[in-house]
Design a protein around this ligand. Structure first.
Ligand code: NI
Ligand code: MN
Length: 232
């Protein structure tokens, strides 16, 4: 078993953790790259990095239909509770929690977080997720700038890192290269790009830079594409 993921465009992913499906930032409706409909998704858990609409997305609809717990910061889980989501796990930066098939640790992210209705969304986060059975580990950065504490995340032996490269609202290509040197993942996956003109990027050019300037293997997929992280 291993970590396998499918990209839905933007920062939305379905990730199989040793065969268990989870979602990250399920922005499907209104996402021009999304190859699926939100009502076709059936996750066991939903991770939500911050409250912005391009991440919150269809979280309420998917969570209320499936009953999948939403894992996010305490301000977001409180807001979700007031909007009909009954199963949540509210956490905060630095904290860990174990579920049946994975352990999550919340990291910082340098960004902002407010709901589409203007309410306060707490501090944005990233996630380090460790698969219980295989031991494979991912880092999902969320929306963030480059920050030097990524070097500490790199001490945690990351198999695959999901990093924004779109620039304008998050770090761009050049800073993503510096981030990869800090995080030292085996594989790196770009996100938060090409959803709209402001965050258009040349992913193959990014991949060439990753290959020549870091020790990580870049994985560039079309929306709907899947990739399985090989064992060591
Ligand atoms: Ni954002
Ligand atoms: Mn965003």
């Amino acid at each position: 078993m291993a970590i396998k993921y499918t990209w839905f465009g933007h920062s939305a992913f379905e990730v199989e953790i040793d065969g268990h499906k989870v979602l990250f930032d399920p922005f499907i409706t209104g996402n021009p790259l999304a190859p699926v409909a939100h009502d076709a998704l059936d996750p066991e858990l939903i991770f939500l990095s911050h409250a912005h609409g391009d991440h919150l997305g269809d979280t309420v609809a998917i969570a209320t239909r499936t009953g999948a717990p939403v894992i996010s910061n305490v301000e977001i889980t409180r807001w979700l509770g007031a909007h009909g989501v009954t199963h949540t796990q509210g956490m905060n930066s630095g904290g860990s929690h174990s579920f049946d098939f994975l352990t999550v640790k919340f990291t910082d992210a340098v960004h902002s977080s407010s709901f589409p209705d203007g309410s306060y969304g707490g501090n944005p986060n990233g996630f380090i997720v460790t698969a219980r059975q295989s031991g494979q580990r991912l880092y999902y950065a969320g929306d963030t700038s480059l920050f030097s504490d990524m070097e500490l995340i790199g001490d945690e032996r990351i198999d695959v890192a999901f990093l924004p490269i779109g620039d304008h609202f998050t770090m761009g290509v050049a800073d993503s290269i510096r981030a990869i040197r800090y995080i030292r993942p085996r594989f790196v996956v770009p996100m938060h790009y090409n959803t709209m003109p402001l965050i258009a990027q040349d992913a193959s050019g990014w991949a060439n830079r990753v290959s020549s300037e870091t020790n990580a293997v870049p994985v560039v997929l079309d929306p709907g594409g899947s990739f399985t992280i090989p064992g060591v």
